[in-house]
Design a binder for this molecule. Sequence first.
Ligand SMILES: NC(=O)c1ccc[n+]([C@@H]2O[C@H](COP(=O)([O-])OP(=O)(O)OC[C@H]3O[C@@H](n4cnc5c(N)ncnc54)[C@H](O)[C@@H]3O)[C@@H](O)[C@H]2O)c1
Length: 256
Amino acid sequence: MTSEATPAVGVEDRSAVVIGGTTGIGRAIALAFAETGADVIATSRSEDSVESVAAELRERGATTTEVTCDVRNRESIERLCEVAEDTFGSVNLLVNSAGSVAQASVVEMTEEEWERDIDVCLTGVFHACQVFGRAMTEGSIVNVSSMSAGQAREERPAYCAAKSGVNGLTRAAAADLAPEIRVNAIAPGFVKTPLAGEKLEDGSEFRETVDERTPMGRVAAPEEIAGSVIHLTSDTASFTTGQVLTVDGGYDISAQ
Ligand SMILES: NC(=O)c1ccc[n+]([C@@H]2O[C@H](COP(=O)([O-])OP(=O)(O)OC[C@H]3O[C@@H](n4cnc5c(N)ncnc54)[C@H](O)[C@@H]3O)[C@@H](O)[C@H]2O)c1
């Protein structure tokens, strides 16, 4: 933290790990870190995607390395942390952006679908917070939650439960890891990414309904979520911890 009246806006000279960082919101966050001057590892399960984002990070001047990670496997998260420490010396910033959304009603969802969403969206975040929380001596963690944590979304019981859990985990972890490490969550509304899929394509019926209800009149680009993550991880948010920041163009506060 800086004691100057105007803190540094960026996250310069920081070392970041973005899990689920090779597509969509996570990739935008990783690239935003690199553009702000941080070194970054962006990881997911696919070697090809890890290599491709690593090239984009290097183009932006960041030091990085290529390592895959499956958040359903604790050892894989431990290996990621070791690789990150070997690469950077220490890690200051962690973003948990891996996601999985099974679509089935509560009476139709299979146990396998339930477990996958809970593993990827919640248990994986716990493991990452624990593994990196032990390794980091100072810094900031941001968990990517969802506006769905506070909503009754049809046919998304596991996802809604997992994201509610992420908000609770974020608050508890913030209390445990203060004052050295701040822990916050970001709760995006509708963002055009592979996870959102065709539902948000321009001109779809669902998209028109969302645009109409959203005071900003549109869905978000991944970079707009990344901007808020840069804020939460930077010294501009030096007294902010245990919070869930909703970034949804006003969707959640508009009339149902
Ligand atoms: N797109 C939206 O409208 C929206 C809204 C609210 C919240 N979110 C959240 O944002 C986060 C990112 O989603 P996105 O929309 O960018 O979609 P996305 O599909 O682009 O990103 C999800 C990422 O998670 C990775 N992933 C999935 N399972 C994994 C595993 N087992 N181990 C490691 N990585 C794994 C995928 O490879 C992918 O990179 C998710 O947590 C999602 O729930 C998205």
